[in-house]
Design a protein around this ligand. Sequence first.
Ligand SMILES: *[C@@H]1O[C@H](CO)[C@@H](O)[C@H](O)[C@H]1NC(C)=O
Length: 415
Amino acid sequence: MFWMTAALCVIQVWFEKPDMGENSDVNDIEGRKNGFQSFEHAAADIVLAASFNSSGTRIVLCSADHKIRVYNIDEDNEYFLVDQWRGHDAEVLDVQWLASSLGQFFATIGGDNKFKLWREDPSQAFKSGRRFRCIFSQSPLNHVSYVSFGSKTIRHDLFLSLITHDGLLSLLEPADPESLSSWNVIDNIYPFGQHHRGTEARFRLSFHQGEGPSTNAVFAGLDPNAISLAVSAIEHIKIYRAVKSGEPSESNYLFYEMIEIQTDATINEIAWAPGCLHPYDIIAAACNDGTIRIFEVNTPHEVDASLRTPAVKAYKPNGPRRALPATMRNAPSGIGAGLADMSRNAPPREVMNSLNIKHEWKQAALLSHDEAPVWRIRWIYDGSALASTGDDGKVHLWKQSLSGDYVDFAETEPV
Ligand SMILES: *[C@@H]1O[C@H](CO)[C@@H](O)[C@H](O)[C@H]1NC(C)=O
């Protein structure tokens, strides 16, 4: 099961894995609604986000009633409540399971300006309100709420990225990988300059999930251990690659801006397609004008570029970076010109372009969502299909056909 939409008291879950092979008929109207199942949850208020664990047998919901709820799903697709508890002192805005060999973990952000990590404590009974313990809690240095976060695992290393309402992006790694109860900030930037309070830039971020960067990017000289991250604000998406600088023994990643994608619609969410279906990268943007835009990002390169010494070696590191000083205005920040209503006085970062990998982008598809704002998108089946939901009250599943077009192959009724 992969995708849900949240109405006030119903979650719709896509269960069956449809036949994604060559014989599947995307025009099969009868088959369109098959595979979705509804379940009623106990939240007293709107569910703002939900996340399945990687085996799909457990779902965590977070809602405006300040609570977090975890359900197990048995073989008959029945849901039963594992626990519910007050997770934040405000609405719980987002939740994600984290891939970890250390047991069951997930992360939340709340309207109380907190980011929290939760770990299951099997010694506590189901429905005790104590089955999940908060093992880490952090507030932004700049006292502005977090609006989006993501996680990325490279082999056994787990990274987190958080962005605040004013656009401060940070990359974190565990200080103690055994417990995950303390984290170090390894880089901090304002990708679009510092955003003024009061206005809404809708910052979103999405890591590229996969074993390594796309094959073309590696051929173009990108370090195979690079972390790839997309960050959006208003109508812009910036693509970053984070690579280790300095000695191999130091785990010290720095963000490098590669390219900026510009569109003409306000972006509500972005999703970098996982997997390796294509040698280039694909990023989808859910837009407020009722469209989903699919962007291809490629790295044109000469044939022998992969034989070069990795580009990062040629670059002299600045030394380790620390957490931001108390005066955020003087923080290292702002690559390139900010957006119109964003601060322009932040100095550009000197390391810009030092990776020397050319990136280019194009819009590969424009999908229509009945003119209603699209709020959530998620790649499924390793990136061969995209699920979306928005103000039209439906969940759509899009699949790329052999001709390269994206076809709306399943949708639910509005709830
Ligand atoms: C997902 O949750 C179920 C139910 O608790 C558990 O049995 C399973 O191991 C979990 N999967 C992962 C990958 O943690």
